[in-house]
Design a protein around this ligand. Structure first.
Ligand code: HEC
Length: 96
């Protein structure tokens, strides 16, 4: 492959990559409130903050697959990690 072919490919890859927004913690918490408190209380989430990452992957999978929540595969993985990362800190920002 020559640079003629490789360069546009690299450029478009970089463009797509940098276009993915990285949410700050507080933006993300707002996102959780918006996405997750319409069918049940946010307490449903708060009560389970001590659960494992795999619990959250399964639960988020079900929220998406069964109940139609709008999250991508990547978002499910990121959210599951964030939900288990610092439960106490998250509780302060998220829970009543
Ligand atoms: C469209 C409606 C709807 C939305 C939006 C929704 N949920 Fe749910 N959720 C449900 C229903 C219905 C149940 C109970 C049945 C079940 O557990 O599948 C539930 C149950 C739960 C439970 C309890 C599961 C357990 O172990 O008992 C958790 C935790 C949860 N949701 C988290 C979330 C999170 C996090 C979000 C945001 C990403 C979210 N939900 C958004 C409908 C929704």
């Amino acid at each position: 492959m020559t640079w003629r072919l490789l360069l546009p490919l690299l450029t478009s890859f970089l463009l797509v990559w940098t276009a993915i927004p990285a949410l700050s913690q507080s933006e993300w918490i707002t996102e959780v409130e918006t996405q997750c408190a319409s069918c049940h209380d946010i307490e449903e989430v708060c009560e389970n903050l001590d659960e494992s990452e795999s619990y959250w992957r399964e639960t988020l999978d079900r929220m998406v697959g069964q109940w139609g929540v709008d999250l991508s595969e990547e978002e499910i993985a990121t959210w599951a990690r964030k939900l288990t990362d610092a439960p106490e800190k998250l509780r302060t920002g998220l829970c009543p």
